[in-house]
Design a protein around this ligand. Structure first.
Ligand SMILES: C[S@@+](CC[C@H](N)C(=O)[O-])C[C@H]1O[C@@H](n2cnc3c(N)ncnc32)[C@H](O)[C@@H]1O
Length: 263
């Protein structure tokens, strides 16, 4: 398999593959007597080779760093009881339950990323959902744009949902699965997930949201669907805007700063 093909595997499989490849290479070195440095260098080089085909700097970093990081942790925790490792993993699993990994782990919406959105989506939406709201950074940015809107968030990680509800008491934030939650009744649904999530999310929007309702995705477009506008606030994460069952020309007349017609 070409190393570039790993990027077509569903995440986090490419990371697991890079980590395993790093460990396998280091183990092979040790079998032929290459110890105390060369084994780590070869393992790291192999992990990096598997990592570079991933899309996105964060994914490349996670895939490349797993082998050296786990080697360092093992050296630090040498002699520790196996239960200590399990205890160390518990907070991570609580924060990032496995289901959340299938869509996206936590990356907050940058504070300025939605600047200009209110000039494209006008009149303002009345009822807004952030599907996978994390700690509420996206909701906070939406609140600054539309102080009068009813804001809702759904988040699979219990601690994050709890913290987000405390950070944004004016929003209705619940712990739950964004796929199980109905999107009907929302006239604006916001997502910051990952590329693989977008086709399913768009199908859900089409199935549940009313004609003309807005669907917004930070950074990741819906493949094969023309957006009605792209709001680019210059933070490296453009916002792709779609309208349910409306032609892609709907908002292309918008000339607000940083907004451009959809692709
Ligand atoms: C990239 S973060 C975005 C957080 C927030 N929307 C923001 O923009 O600041 C994605 C979030 O989606 C959550 N998530 C992933 N899959 C989910 C699911 N099936 N249901 C609910 N939340 C989910 C993750 O736990 C994570 O907090």
């Amino acid at each position: 398999m070409s190393l570039r093909l790993v990027s077509h595997l569903p995440w986090p499989a490419p990371a697991l593959l890079a980590w395993t490849a790093g460990w396998a290479a280091a183990w092979s070195c040790r079998q032929v007597g290459l110890l105390g440095g060369p084994d780590l260098a070869v393992g790291t080089a192999v992990a990096v080779a598997f990592a570079v085909g991933n899309a996105g700097a964060w994914r490349r970093f996670i895939a490349a760093s797993g082998f050296p990081a786990s080697t360092a942790l093992l050296a630090i925790g040498a002699g520790a009881d196996a239960s200590a490792w399990l205890l160390a993993l518990a907070p991570l699993l609580l924060l990032y339950p496995l289901r959340a990994w299938r869509d996206a782990p936590f990356f907050p919406t940058p504070a300025a990323a939605l600047t200009g959105l209110d000039r494209v989506v006008n009149p303002p939406p009345r009822c807004v959902l952030d599907a996978g709201c994390g700690l509420g950074h996206g909701l906070a940015a939406l609140r600054r744009l539309w102080p009068g809107a009813a804001l809702h968030g759904v988040e699979w990680s219990l601690p994050m949902a709890w913290l987000a509800a405390r950070r944004l008491p004016s929003a209705d934030i619940t712990r739950g699965d964004m796929w199980a939650r109905s999107w009907s009744g929302f006239d604006f649904v916001y997502l910051f997930q990952r590329p693989e999530t977008m086709p399913r999310a768009w199908q859900k929007a089409l199935a549940e949201m009313a004609d003309g309702a807005w669907f917004a995705s930070l950074e990741f477009p819906v493949p094969g669907v023309a957006s009605v506008a792209v709001v680019d606030a210059g933070v490296g994460r453009p916002l792709h805007l779609y309208r349910v069952r409306c032609a892609a020309t709907t908002a292309s007349g918008s000339h607000s700063t940083g907004a451009r017609p959809g692709r």
